[in-house]
Design a protein around this ligand. Structure first.
Ligand code: FBP
Length: 613
């Protein structure tokens, strides 16, 4: 008789050897990724070799975001060094520098392409200068955790996702002691230039550090240059047409778009679920807008529009219920709703409620500790907020009430990103649909504020099922292997920031624009981006986050089409990220639309094999 238990199976020795080598060198995919050629901006090439660029005034001055007298007071050295003048990279008089020590740090959340910044930076510095990596982000910088990045490391990290090679964290360097600590580390490790790869907050920190370290760090009176590289999947670090996008946005949105596209295909196949998908992206809704443009979901909310139109939570619930009822009336009991991560904070009444709760909880923290039960704490807090906020609280499901009351971060703020808004909306929409089905006459009819359905459609809606699933797509998008755009963009950003380091510049963020026509490498002065904002009761200098603009071509395209997406099945499935072939050169739609490009195709120069086999 044949043994079918598997006990006598023998694996092929050849295959075992192959599996062992995959185990050592990463997956087949990772191996092939390392070999992927990368487009290089023409300017960084000379006789086929990669070389650093020099810089000259581009002819463009930024309109300072802040009153210049305030900037001069807070950043006197930096302002005198850079002013608001934008520089452009040039192939003339390339810097010939040796012996410079540059340290690079990742700051904040991971984003795809960070490792290619390191590869580009190292190649721009060449063999005559040293690149040091900082372990574990700003926390590691304060502790002086630096190591040398060697040429042999590049072959391992090129085109790989995540920030794993060095690690990252969110420590904010803000106290005088911390600035002095950074200064001491720079002195001890003889650092000439610090490159900060981060988002709006980290680049604000870069400006403050650039001012602090401007001079007298080393015994000969020299300071330390500080430069920034624009990173964040949120896409909210943009400077008009000078800096169209931060790196990591393309990979994150293509990853989410694939997942949302697949779910849309599932709804069309099984025809029985409504999926509520929350998308990472913190406050701004660039991620949500791009995914909506790519996939055409049934309903998608843009937080900035909610704030602009001052929509209430109840109106948001109503928008979904109308789409559900209209579709149910036609026998379509399925759909996908996209919800931005920060939605809650943009609903004016919720914003007021959250800030009132924050204030009561912060000012009564000791009294609250003395109360034993959640019910007692709840009664105490609810008695101290406005009547409108208390009424709004009463409409929220219990689980969310508790979350709003109790969960605070170390600064005393509500952890909004952890609020499962997708589940909150499912509960509220389900409750409203039950009401609508029980009393259809109150909601359906010919008046403008009602849904106009025929008696037969009303019957179909009342008898319909509303089955739901919730999802949160976030961390999945931050560390995937970079798309071809992010791989190329970050490698060139690395070459650019390395060139700025060799050219002795400080207080700039590296930027590349003209993404559809070969790429133009620029340096934007950080002081030109800084403005004053009131945060947690204090005035602070910050780089403002770029939000979705209501008059932007991408948003207008979305609103012109969303009604059709809600009623008809016209979803798109962008599929998995492509690294080879025609689809691989596609830019985010939002960027191409807003920058006025003629096509979605990016062009950052000719492809080069960066590391030889
Ligand atoms: P950065 O702006 O630092 O790149 O982080 C972006 C982000 O991914 C947000 O979209 C999200 O809200 C947040 O990080 C989550 O942070 P954490 O890693 O601390 O959970």
């Amino acid at each position: 008789m044949r043994d079918i238990s598997g006990a006598s199976w023998v694996a092929s020795p050849e295959l075992i050897r192959f599996c062992e080598s995959v185990e050592k060198n990463g997956s087949l995919f990772e191996r092939e990724m390392r070999k992927l050629s990368i487009p290089v901006i023409d300017l960084f090439l000379e006789e086929g070799r990669i070389v650093p660029a020099s810089f000259e005034f581009s002819g463009e001055n930024l309109d300072a975001a802040e009153d210049v007298s305030r900037i001069l007071k807070a950043f006197p050295n930096l302002y005198s060094a850079t002013g608001c003048r934008v520089l452009k990279a040039s192939g003339r008089d390339r810097p010939v520098v040796t012996g410079r020590r540059v340290a690079v740090i990742f700051s904040g959340g991971p984003a795809a392409g960070g490792h290619n910044v390191l590869v580009g930076l190292k190649m721009a510095l060449g063999v005559d200068n040293t690149l040091l990596g900082v372990r574990n982000g700003p926390k590691g910088l304060l502790a002086g955790e630096l190591f040398e990045i060697r040429e042999s490391d590049l072959a391992q990290i090129i085109n790989t996702g995540g920030f794993a090679f060095m690690g990252t964290d969110r420590t904010k360097i803000k106290t005088k002691d911390q600035f002095d600590q950074v200064e001491a580390v720079c002195r001890d490790q003889r650092i000439d230039c610090l490159v900060i790869v981060g988002g709006d907050d980290s680049n604000t920190n870069a400006a403050v550090l650039a001012e602090h370290l401007f001079q007298n760090v080393h015994s000969d009176g020299r300071g330390v240059q500080v430069l920034g590289v624009p990173k964040t999947i949120d896409g909210d670090l943009q400077v008009g047409d000078l800096l169209p996008i931060s790196f990591g946005f393309d990979t994150a949105t293509k990853t989410y778009s694939e997942m949302v596209g697949n779910i849309l295909q599932d709804t069309l196949s099984s025809r029985k679920y409504w999926h509520f998908v929350k998308l990472m992206g913190r406050s701004a809704t660039h991620v949500g807008l791009e995914v909506a443009l790519q996939t055409r979901p049934t309903v998608a909310f843009i937080s900035e529009e909610i704030a602009e139109k001052r929509l209430s939570l109840s109106q948001i619930v109503d928008t979904i219920c109308r789409a559900v009822a209209r579709r149910a009336a036609r026998g379509m009991n399925y759909g996908v709703v996209l919800i931005p991560e920060g939605l809650i904070e943009f609903i004016p009444e919720m914003k007021t409620l959250i800030s009132e709760l924050n204030e009561v909880i912060a000012s009564s923290s000791e009294l609250l500790l003395d109360l034993d039960t959640i019910a007692e704490k709840k009664e105490f807090i609810l008695g101290r907020i406005s009547e409108d906020s208390a009424k709004l609280m009463a409409t929220l499901p219990d689980e969310f009430e508790d979350m709003l009351l109790l969960d605070r971060d170390s600064h005393g703020n509500l952890k909004v990103s952890q609020i499962p808004t997708e589940k909150l909306l499912i509960e509220m929409v389900s409750a409203r649909l039950r009401e609508m089905k029980a009393n259809p006459d109150l909601f359906i009819g010919e008046r403008d504020d009602r849904i106009n359905l025929t008696p037969e459609e009303v019957k179909r809606f009342v008898e319909s099922k509303f089955a739901t699933n919730s999802h949160f797509f976030g961390y999945e998008g931050r560390c995937g292997a970079p798309t071809r755009f992010d791989a190329a963009y970050t490698f060139n950003l690395g070459l650019l920031v390395g060139s700025l380091a060799l050219a002795g510049k400080t207080g700039y963020i590296a930027a590349i624009n003209a993404l559809d026509r070969g790429g133009q490498a620029l340096a934007i002065p950080l002081v030109g981006l800084i403005h004053m904002e009131h945060r947690q009761g204090k005035d602070e200098f910050v780089i403002e986050k770029t939000m979705v603009k209501m008059d932007s071509p991408a948003f207008k395209f979305f609103i012109e089409n969303r009604e059709r997406w809600a009623t008809e099945d016209c979803s798109a499935s962008p599929g998995p990220r492509q690294l080879w072939g025609p689809v691989s050169s596609q830019l985010p739609m939002l960027i191409a639309l807003n920058q006025g490009y003629n096509s979605l195709k990016f062009d950052l120069g000719e492809e080069r094999k960066i590391i030889s086999d």
